[in-house]
Design a protein. Structure first.
Length: 146
């Protein structure tokens, strides 16, 4: 299977939506979805996405990321927030291609101070991929929900 990784485009919405729903375990908040899509389409907002397209032109995966400033660096950082591959297309290296594309963008173009992400500790496939790319830090995550 030939996979093309490319930036998300306005006409991708119908094909992106099932990936977004899958990423959220089938739970959709219409306001969040509409707002995210609007932000993804605004090149100045700071939230971006790449999609994985198969040789039939179908979207089979996505990576969404946020570029933002932090207090401890001059250059911005990148938070890789969502990596999702359609279950029917997993174990084919698509997630790796998505993440590799993002890391290449970082090294070649953006030169962010760092790129970081979270992954569920029990997601073995994600852990296997991420341990080859980055360094696991020993932090705990605390969240205050609004």
């Amino acid at each position: 299977m030939n996979i093309k990784i490319r930036p998300i485009a306005m006409n991708d919405f119908p094909a992106w939506l099932p990936l977004w729903d899958g990423n959220n375990n089938g739970v959709r908040d219409e306001e969040v979805t509409a707002t995210l899509w609007s932000r993804l389409m605004d090149p100045d907002f700071g939230i971006y996405a790449f999609v994985a397209e198969d040789n039939k032109g179908e979207l089979v995966g996505m990576v969404q990321y946020v570029v933002h400033h932090v207090t401890g660096a001059v250059k911005p950082v990148c938070y890789m927030q969502d990596v999702y591959v359609d279950p029917a297309h997993r174990q084919k290296g698509i997630a790796r291609k998505l993440v590799t594309t993002l890391t290449k963008k970082h090294k070649a173009e953006q030169q962010w101070r760092r790129m970081y992400w979270l992954a569920e500790a029990d997601n073995a496939a994600a852990q296997k991929l991420y341990e080859k790319i980055g360094v696991k830090l020993n932090f705990t995550l605390h969240v205050l929900m609004a």
